[in-house]
Design a protein around this ligand. Sequence first.
Ligand code: ME8
Length: 517
Amino acid sequence: MGYYVTTAIAYPNGAIHIGHAYEYIAADTIARFKRLDNHEVFFATGTDEHGLKMLQAANRLGITPKELADDNAKSFRDTQLALGSTFDRFIRTTDPDHYAASQAIWRRLEEAGDIYLDSYSGWYSVRDEAFYTEDETEVVDGVRLSKETRTEVTWTEEESYFFRLSKYQEPLLELYRDHPEFIGPDSRRNEVASFVASGLKDLSISRTTFDWGVPVPGNDKHVMYVWIDALTNYLTAAGYPDDLERLEKWWPADVHIIGKDIIRFHSVYWPAFLMSAGIELPRRVHAHGFLFNAGEKMSKSVGNVVDPIDLVDAFGLDTLRFFLLREFSYGQDGSYTKDSIITRKNADLANEYGNLAQRSLSMIAKNCDGQVPQPGDLTEADETLLALARDTLATARKHIDTQSLHLYVDACWKVLTEANRYFSAQEPWKLKKTDPERMATVLWVTIEVVRIVSILIQPVMPESAGRILDLLGVPAGVAEAGATVLPTATESGSGAEVMDTVTASAAVGVAAGAAFA
Ligand code: ME8
């Protein structure tokens, strides 16, 4: 079964920051989970390189926008790789296939009679690459700002092509009504629906005062408004317009992962363009919140932009990935400090997870010749804990499908909390002398729960969970003989059978020795 997930494509006009990293890690976690869960996944991300914002940034540096884009796209790509992102396509909007796709969709809108030439006069925010009506702006200290985003707007007057967005007001409202799952989280839907219900104006979709963009087919004086070409990236990556086999396989996208500031573009403009072009709509758009550094909005002028790689260097990649998904409700804003990362690392990773794995594995190494013992009869406490662990797969799937990533991580941690309680209550270290058989069962149950949680959490923490799973791994010969294969599945597509063992009562063959012995 195919599953197509995307991130927003970032403006590479400056350095990558922790907000971008948050989005990439979230989308990557979803992609990894789906791969482990037996889906064929296509994960696309990239850079949004056209528009006035890029042009102005390049001018300030005295280089061409293409030079700026080349430099920064490379660093965005490298940083994503360093964050563990397993994208299948890193699309740059200056890629030739993307020009072809953008021009193809433009022609479709034109054929539908939804494009006309007129002239635009109004307010434009370069920071947002967005048009605002007069009443969406206000003057503060002599500067006119967008009320919503507080960015400066400038008066713009030029010949422009328009898209008949107004025509799609009703179809869009119908979409939100008939497919409430189209916009997530739920709380954002009303916001978007009331914006649309308040009336849609036709949208200016081309510019003539600069040429850094995709040329409008048939009129080289115009380049496309950057959002037309940016949104089309999701189709380009899926093979639009010519690769019908890939399109058939991947389109419509299952989910566009974006931040809350660009929900209007994705849940109003994008479906309207697609309706006009007669192309199926993505199944879902999910907006995450914004991350703030110690409560402050990150900005270059404040000088508090955090390079995610500094955090990786300071805390480790898996800790950062875990922290970002564990700490904040996915969909809400969040503020973080280095101390909050350290607290999570100590409390959740070291105490709850690391200690449990360490204590159980080292007991096995010392007392059971490094082999997981055979369990005896299971008590109610054993059964209850095992059932909780096995049920977590279904819970995790549900939360992944609604992008409630914090709840997915939380479900795994609830199991660990219970497992720690169980381990303390059962006191296997005492059983060693009094009842070695019962000790063996307790260790087996514990290690089975560690195994299940490690599989489930591997999409978030591929390295650490993978290492624990390696410790639980069966020797190659045994695996070939048909024993349960335990995963080191960090590679795409290799984990399908592994997920199945989460709910099965797997006999774990363990070579637990090495690291914890
Ligand atoms: O919006 N916290 O690019 P972008 C969390 N090119 N997320 C944040 C954030 C923060 N502090 N700051 C930004 C664009 N983001 C367009 C997208 S898609 C067809 C075109 C998120 O570089 C933001 O919400 O400004 C967006 O999803 C992504 O980072 C890229 O932002």
